[in-house]
Design a protein around this ligand. Structure first.
Ligand code: NAD
Length: 281
């Protein structure tokens, strides 16, 4: 059990969450389940979502884990049919699967500091850039095509995308991931407009910086002290600390609730310890 920041009754709602095998969306899956929802936890990592579902079921909540590649429309439709059979039609979709790729990352922040033999802007690999755009953008569009059909039929529903701080101003070293997340913020507004007449709302959260298994080595030296990049992040975050996944749950549960957020569509909510507000001076 986690301590929920707000209590909203999601009983009877079917919530589909992609990337639920990961840090942020695993916490979201748990939060929705603890709030009474029937949760479909989707991830490429089948073991992770099966383990999450087993844990939640053992605690008396409703959750099913499904292996799903957000880039494979046929596989998504097969999971959609399984969700319809096991839990019912989708009321809320959280598009959480996403991430970066080393092939789309430069070694140096600035070209004038690029070192011989390092990976500069000129060494970025087209397949790495494609991977990042596909995973983040198509990985949001395709599950929306699959699951929003249920919402159109119900004339109600909610889509929550996961953007990032790099969507507002790009972070050094990660041009493709930054541009792809800017695409997610933009697409959130597009979807909100496109579906407004159908009763479906679409919003996003833009998390600040969390420490995950994936980025730990980029953020901390072996002795536990922050790396230079980590120091920059913390200096750029007025609250001066990393966020906990649980701190994203209040905004998530609020935005997805038709009563609390009935007129809120097309917004990207920063949950960032003040990062987006701070000029650095
Ligand atoms: P994570 O790596 O813990 O979780 C991402 C999950 O997505 C993983 O379980 C992975 O298996 C899954 N996934 C990857 N490719 C997939 C695919 N093709 N199909 C289905 N599932 C796939 O990362 P996280 O930190 O929990 O990130 C979740 C979301 O939040 C991502 O969209 C990420 O870009 C975004 N985000 C993270 C941070 C952060 O600091 N961690 C900040 C801002 C935004």
């Amino acid at each position: 059990m986690i301590q929920l920041p707000i209590h909203i009754d999601y009983s009877g709602k079917v919530v589909v969450i992609t990337g639920a095998g990961g840090l942020i969306c695993g916490a979201m899956a748990r939060a929705f389940a603890q709030s009474g929802a029937k949760v479909a936890a989707l991830d490429l990592n089948e073991d992770a979502v099966k383990a999450l579902a087993a844990e939640l079921k053992a605690e008396g909540f409703v959750c099913e884990g499904y292996r799903a590649n957000v880039l494979d429309p046929e596989a998504l439709e097969a999971v959609h049919q399984a969700v319809l059979r096991n839990l019912g039609a989708c009321d809320i979709l959280v598009n959480g699967a996403g991430g970066n790729n080393p092939k789309a990352t430069t070694d140096n922040e600035y070209q004038h500091e690029a070192k011989e033999g390092g990976k500069s802007f000129f060494d970025l690999q087209p397949d790495g850039v494609d991977f990042v755009f596909k995973l983040n953008f198509q990985g949001t569009l395709l599950p929306t095509q699959t699951f929003a059909k249920d919402m159109v039929e119900k004339k109600a529903g909610c889509i929550l995308n996961v953007s990032s701080m790099n969507a507002y101003t790009p972070l050094t070293k990660i041009p493709a991931y930054s541009a792809a997340k800017a695409g997610i913020s933009n697409f959130t507004q597009w979807l909100a407009t496109h579906f407004a007449g159908t009763g479906i709302r679409c919003n996003a959260i833009a998390p600040g910086f969390l420490v995950s298994a994936q980025n730990y080595k980029l953020l901390f030296n072996e002795d536990g002290t922050p790396t230079a990049r980590s120091a920059k992040i913390l200096n750029g975050t007025p609250m001066g600390r990393y966020l906990d996944a649980a701190e994203l749950l209040g905004g998530t549960l609020f935005l997805c609730d038709d009563r609390s957020a009935s007129a809120i569509t097309g917004v990207v909510l920063p949950i960032d310890g003040g990062f987006a507000a701070y000029s650095g001076v």
